[in-house]
Design a protein around this ligand. Structure first.
Ligand SMILES: Nc1nc2c(ncn2[C@@H]2O[C@H](COP(=O)(O)OP(=O)(O)OP(=O)(O)O)[C@@H](O)[C@H]2O)c(=O)[nH]1
Ligand SMILES: [Mg+2]
Length: 336
């Protein structure tokens, strides 16, 4: 182990900051460092927080972190902004919102502007999560704006994913992309101090019901009404059933946060006790392997292609001398 990794694992914040910078800058040493710290990972509970812009994700992460700190848990926060070319506006806002956490040694906040990162946002996020995990944080929270597929991919690093909604952003939970609802382990209607929160809760419950017909049917028929957790597991598949609870919070008034912490713990217990966490991890590793393989192969292939060859082929395709797929087949034969 290099000195820096050793210090990082022992909790040095300086070593942590340096390691993160190394990785962000894609320094030649980054890969070796990640390899060395990998055996020290796998201890943190990774929380994903996503939702439409402005729903109060950062404010909620702030409130949640304070509650976890009261339980003496350490928390690292990564704010991912996949759209921002620089760590400007939104991230500056986050800093201000989270400033009451600064000065606490048990909290570490890092923003990540990811445009242009070589391996893609998901890879960069995973690497960062691992560094923070190895540094010994009990929780690593990844906040990202839920707007598209890449954001969904980012939270796929997480064991527990919170999807944040707010009243009035379209009663019409239509506004919520079905995909984002699917990834939610816990749905949070934040800004519950505002009008319309109950309506949003109802719409979300209705949507969840549509999304989980089998499980909910079982449920409703067992109990005659909706309940939060199944109490009558009869088949093995029932045991791993988790119905996402819909919670109301006000990050500003610090309301509903205790219940949120309880539900996060419940979900964690559910995953751990049912053994699902191992399956989840295997699935994430599989996805990651294919992504990294794809990136590596692409790099290998492009490194063998000269710009002039590519231009020649483009011209041949444009002048109808050859079709694109045949051109690719011929290239593959030439490459090894
Ligand atoms: N009334 C009310 N306002 C809130 C609440 N939580 C957050 N806000 C406000 O909503 C605005 C957005 O909050 P953020 O925490 O930055 O929301 P965000 O989802 O992180 O925003 P982005 O990261 O830009 O997508 C801020 O003005 C907050 O003060 C809440 O519970 N109630
Ligand atoms: Mg934010």
């Amino acid at each position: 182990m290099t000195n820096q990794v050793e210090l990082l694992v022992k909790g040095s914040r300086r070593a942590l900051a340096r390691t993160l910078t190394l990785i962000e800058n894609q320094h030649p040493q980054a890969q070796a460092t990640l390899a060395q710290l990998y055996p020290h990972t796998g201890k943190a509970w990774i929380l994903g927080v996503t939702g439409a812009p402005g729903t109060g994700k950062s404010s909620l992460v702030n409130a949640l972190t304070k509650a976890l700190r009261e339980q003496e848990k350490t928390v690292a926060i990564i704010a991912v902004d996949p759209t921002s070319p620089f760590s400007g506006g939104a991230i500056l806002g986050d800093r201000i919102r989270m400033q009451d956490l600064s000065g606490d040694k048990g909290v570490f906040i890092r923003s990540m502007a990811t445009r242009g990162s070589l391996g893609g946002v998901a890879t960069a996020t995973r690497d960062m999560v691992r560094v923070l995990d190895a540094a010994g944080f009990d929780y690593v929270i990844v906040e990202t704006v839920g707007a598209g597929q890449s954001e969904v991919d980012i939270v796929r690093t997480a064991y527990t994913t919170l999807v944040i909604e707010a009243p009035g952003l379209g009663d019409d939970v239509q506004a919520i992309k079905a995909g984002i609802l699917e990834i939610a382990d816990i749905l949070v209607v934040n800004k519950a101090d505002r009008n319309g929160a109950d309506q949003t809760v109802r719409s979300l419950r209705a949507m969840l019901e549509l999304g989980h017909p089998a499980s909910w049917e079982q449920f409703v028929s067992h109990h005659g009404r909706l309940m939060e957790t199944p109490t009558m597991p009869s088949t093995p598949s029932d045991v791993t059933l988790w119905i996402p609870p819909v919670l109301k919070t006000s990050a500003i008034q610090n309301e509903g946060i205790t219940e949120l912490v309880i539900q996060i713990e419940k979900h964690r217990q559910h995953l751990t006790e049912s053994g699902t966490v191992a399956q989840l991890e295997a699935r994430y590793i599989e996805i990651e392997l294919y992504e990294r393989l794809q990136q590596a192969l692409m790099r290998q292939v492009t490194s063998q292609l000269s710009e002039s060859l590519i231009q020649t082929i483009i011209n041949q395709i444009r002048t109808r001398e050859i079709d694109p797929q045949t051109a690719v087949n011929q290239l593959l034969v030439q490459l090894n």
